[in-house]
Write a protein that binds this ligand. Structure first.
Ligand code: ATP
Length: 598
């Protein structure tokens, strides 16, 4: 097997560090690729990117600085204290290593016959294989193994090589070479021009492993690259959306008609299913399978295909009511231990919006309506896994109404997507086939309100057999009616949950009370009597609630977003003393405007 000396890579890194021009950077890369034997082209690319394998394989290179310093001290034959001092002065462990190695006595190794031999030059293969062993070392004694492996490399390293080895091993190589620059350089080095760049990029979008692409290109040429296909288990670069803030403009961009979907506030996931095996990849293509064992189960059981790649958003839900929670609640899943417990406390739902592959057939070039048909065919929906909520819109008003409903339901806004014949899945590209419509600001509700219970919804999970959420209304003295403004399921203690059915039982009636105006169908209706104190995140427009209907906007009322019971029963208030519709409208107008999450 032919190899490349690591010193050539180190010289290349030095040149890259000194250049400020992207063109020069590409030229250096081209020269390096031309010099690199085919056998090690993949390793050279991974090392240059400061990694060992593509990100989605999750092989972490980062060795703690302390450990690296220990190895350096041992290799140079100085104290750890000395290494620390030099590091402090130079501010970078790589530079410190280079300085220390320069001061080291030249190593002479005496061979079997008593003659002096040079240290063995480091090769790319040796560096790569050793770093891989370091990354994979685990269990008791792993730290010592890592140190001795690193010492063995450093002992044979020249000062400049040590500089880059130390940076690589501590995860700080950071040459700033983008994947796109590498693709350019590969095209030039192996095909002579940038003309083939599109073909190579297409393969990369489907199989984002630059080492693999380079290897295929170097061994089989462009014809080999053209044969690269979607592989279940390897993430595809996700399609991204453009953004507009005017529904009129959105419609005209999308040809006068589009599908409008809830834009869920969660974590994007690309789920791959291969028989019983399921892999989950994040927006940035990290493997996040271990964070969501529940989602893995849903994909395994509710996707009726042997092999499939589907896309959707994972959203945190309230375990008792099934209602959506803000994005932050999902952060509890980003941990190594205690996932089972986090899963119970912070369950997640999956809303699917696309399908890219089913049983041997790539759907990438199919228009969205066809992909949606496939999704419908393979998805067995349940409470926890469903298609993204959507509607078809042909007027700006239809988009706006759906948008308001999405916001009131806890979403960030809506996604408007083209339904035209060319509405393919654009891997890795941000384009106008998908347009996001979200708010640049939101409001903040600072005061509590006192609302009347007018209906209830049955609970699920722990709340099966009791109420999951209550339908709450404000009072309109002018009309003497109660108008709904939210459905509240949060903030209730176990004690509240026991007490509420008892309290409400005497007021239960078989139909909506004549003084109640509601667009929602509750499971149980009550005579307006009980008043509870409620706080929420903000007051928003909503097509589902009757409070303030038509007062701020045609065909919209007001809703409290993320409402929560404060724990205060307002027994001191009669329903007619509850917060009025007029007060809610005033609160809507006087809310504090805050910037929304970008
Ligand atoms: P982008 O992902 O466009 O670079 P970003 O990371 O800031 O930008 P957003 O502006 O929130 O993300 O918009 C895109 C994201 O919205 C998607 O990556 C996906 O996670 C999420 N999303 C939620 N619902 C949908 C949906 N129905 N269709 C597509 N994406 C959705």
């Amino acid at each position: 097997m032919s190899d490349l000396e690591y010193s050539i890579l180190a010289d290349f890194y030095e040149k890259i560090e000194r250049t400020t021009s992207r063109i020069a950077m590409t030229e250096y890369l081209v020269a390096l690729f031309k010099e690199t034997p085919t056998d090690v082209i993949d390793k050279v690319i991974y090392l240059t990117q400061g990694k060992l394998r593509p990100d989605y394989e999750g092989i972490e290179l980062g060795v703690a600085e302390k450990l690296a310093m220990r190895a350096l001290a041992q290799a140079v034959g100085v104290s750890v204290k000395k290494v620390e001092d030099v590091y402090k002065k130079s501010g970078d462990l790589g530079t410190a290593a280079q300085l220390l190695m320069q001061q080291r006595r030249p190593v002479s190794i005496v061979d079997f016959f008593g003659g002096e031999v040079e240290a063995k030059p480091l090769t790319v293969t040796r560096v790569y294989e050793t770093l891989l062993k370091i990354a994979k070392a685990s269990g008791p004694g792993a730290m010592d193994t890592k140190v001795s492996l690193l010492v063995s490399l450093l002992k044979d390293a020249k000062p400049k090589e040590a500089r880059y080895l130390l940076r690589t091993i501590t995860g700080k190589l950071r040459l700033g070479i983008a994947d796109m620059t590498i693709l350019d350089a590969l095209a030039i080095a192996f095909t002579g021009s940038k003309n083939a760049r599109d073909v190579i990029e297409r393969a990369y979008n489907m199989h984002p492993d630059l080492g693999h692409i380079a290897k295929v290109l170097a061994t089989e040429g462009l014809e080999g690259v053209k044969k690269i296909q979607i592989t279940v288990g390897i993430p595809i670069l996700p399609m991204l959306a453009e953004r507009l803030s005017d529904p009129r403009e959105i419609l005209s961009k999308l040809g006068g008609k589009c599908i409008v979907e809830y834009k869920y506030d969660g974590e994007r996931v690309q789920a791959h299913k291969k028989e019983n095996q399921v892999y989950l990849f994040s927006r940035r293509l990290e493997n996040i399978t271990s964070h969501y064992p529940d989602v893995v189960e849903m994909i395994r059981n509710n996707i009726k295909a042997k092999e499939a790649i589907v896309e959707g958003e994972i959203v945190a839900v309230d375990p008792d009511t099934g209602e959506m929670l803000p994005f932050q609640e999902l952060m509890h899943r980003r941990r190594k231990y205690g996932i089972e417990e986090a899963m119970e406390k912070y369950p997640a739902s999956l809303y699917l919006f696309d399908v890219l592959y089913v049983d041997g057939k790539s759907l990438i070039n199919e228009p969205l309506p066809t992909r949606k048909e496939y999704l419908k065919k393979i998805l067995l929906p349940s409470d926890r896994i469903q298609p993204a909520k959507s509607t078809i819109a042909e007027t700006p008003e239809e988009i706006e109404t759906f948008f308001e409903q999405a916001i009131a339901d806890g979403c960030e806004g809506v996604m408007c997507k083209s339904l035209q014949g060319d509405s393919i899945y654009q891997m890795g590209a941000r384009g106008w086939l998908w347009i996001k419509f979200k708010r640049d600001y939101r409001y903040e509700m600072t005061d509590t309100v006192d609302l009347v219970v007018v209906g209830a919804f049955y609970g699920r999970g722990r709340r099966a057999g009791t109420y999951g959420a209550l339908l709450m209304a404000a009072y309109s003295p002018e009309e003497d009616v109660f108008k709904t403004v939210c459905k509240v399921g949060s903030g209730f203690t176990d004690e509240d949950l026991e007490k509420l059915p008892e309290m409400l039982k005497p007021y239960e009636i078989p139909h909506k009370h004549p003084r109640v105006q509601s667009k929602m169908e509750a499971d149980v209706w009550f005579v307006p009597a009980i008043v509870l104190e409620i706080i929420g995140a903000e007051i928003t427009l909503s097509p589902l609630h009757t409070c303030g209907w038509g007062k701020i906007k045609k065909n919209a009322g007001l809703a409290i977003r993320f409402p929560r019971f404060t724990g205060r029963y307002r027994d001191d208030k009669s329903p007619e003393q509850a917060t009025t519709e007029k007060e809610i409208i005033e609160m809507y107008h006087s809310q504090r405007k805050v910037t929304a999450r970008a």
